[in-house]
Ligand binder design. Structure first.
Ligand code: AMP
Ligand code: MG
Length: 291
């Protein structure tokens, strides 16, 4: 079975009609098991390695992959899997945490710009500026911390942030940064199972955080916020992928397929050597051969 069309199924280019309930977190398409998918998982990782090497050599496009999800949806594992074949020199991962004092002295996109990937590189955001319309929306206290002048704190703030995000992403696209956004869509039931595993299995204990249990109580608010985010910020140049996350192997398969598809659309190739450069190479060869 081919993965070529797999990712397209989960891709949202235009969010107007988007409903989260139309997407099943346990969906695995026509795939049934990790055994069946294994060969493709490996193939996509190898394909990615080759494409990334060309992206780096060409040094024109930059690629930004954004990962957002509820806790325990598998962001870390997916990033690890997908990037397992990629040369670390051409790749940077950045995890966005609760903003620092210094970051809170600036606008909400300020810290983002400092971590954007350079040309030829793949940048991965583990969480991102989307937290500003997710956790900050679900917990009004976070917004208070941002020290915005009172007249700017209106009911329109989320609409305004969506508009600013759309503008920012359009600007990045026009500058040669290809943005792809992944929402790893986990069910509440599977989250419970994974939290329990973190409590019960010693080697998973370190991953457990009491704060995660607290956030789980806001599950419905988060789902609503995610739906609104996708409805308002999915676009052709910066689409969302709503990836089923109840089965990790399928998450990895679908995300790899989406990234491979994205890089393939860029028609990447190693730079061609012109006549002058060829002459230079020849001269270098002759010099080397003499000694
Ligand atoms: P983790 O990814 O588990 O290390 O946790 C990072 C935490 O930082 C999560 O609880 C996020 O919701 C939180 N966080 C990330 N960005 C922001 C933000 N802009 N405002 C408030 N909290 C944030
Ligand atoms: Mg966490």
């Amino acid at each position: 079975m081919k993965t070529a069309k797999l990712a397209k199924f989960y891709r949202i280019d235009d969010g107007k009609q988007f409903r989260l309930k139309d997407f099943d977190p346990a969906d695995t398409g026509r795939w049934h098991s990790v055994e069946q998918a294994k060969e493709h998982l490996l193939k996509d990782v190898a394909r990615l390695e080759d494409l990334q090497s060309k992206l780096y050599a060409q040094d024109r496009w930059a690629v930004l992959l954004i990962f957002q999800a509820m806790d325990a949806a598998g962001k870390d594992g997916t990033i690890k899997h997908v990037m397992s074949g990629v040369n670390p020199q051409g790749c940077q991962v950045y995890s966005f945490k609760v903003p620092s004092e210094a970051e809170l002295q600036h606008d909400f996109l300020w810290r983002t710009t400092q971590h954007l990937p350079e040309r030829g590189h793949i940048g991965i955001f583990n969480r991102s500026y989307y937290e500003e319309v997710l956790v900050v929306r679900v917990h009004p206290r976070s917004l208070e911390n941002e020290k915005l002048p009172a007249p700017l704190l209106t009911r329109n703030i989320w609409e305004e942030r969506f508009e600013d995000i759309r503008g920012f992403e359009r600007h990045m696209a026009r500058s040669g940064t290809v943005i792809r956004k992944f929402f790893l869509h986990l069910s509440k039931k599977e989250q419970k199972r994974r939290f329990l595993a973190r409590l019960e299995e010693p080697e998973k204990n370190w991953k457990f955080s009491a704060a995660d249990i607290h956030e789980r109580e806001y599950w419905d608010d988060y789902q609503k916020a995610y739906e609104d985010v996708i409805r308002n910020t999915a676009s052709k140049h910066a689409p969302w992928y709503v990836i089923p996350a109840d089965n990790k192997w399928f998450t990895h398969l679908a995300v790899s397929a989406a990234i491979v598809e994205t890089l393939e659309e860029l028609s990447l190739a190693y730079p061609k050597v012109d006549a002058a450069k060829r002459k230079e190479l020849q001269a270098a060869r002759q010099t080397l051969m003499k000694k």
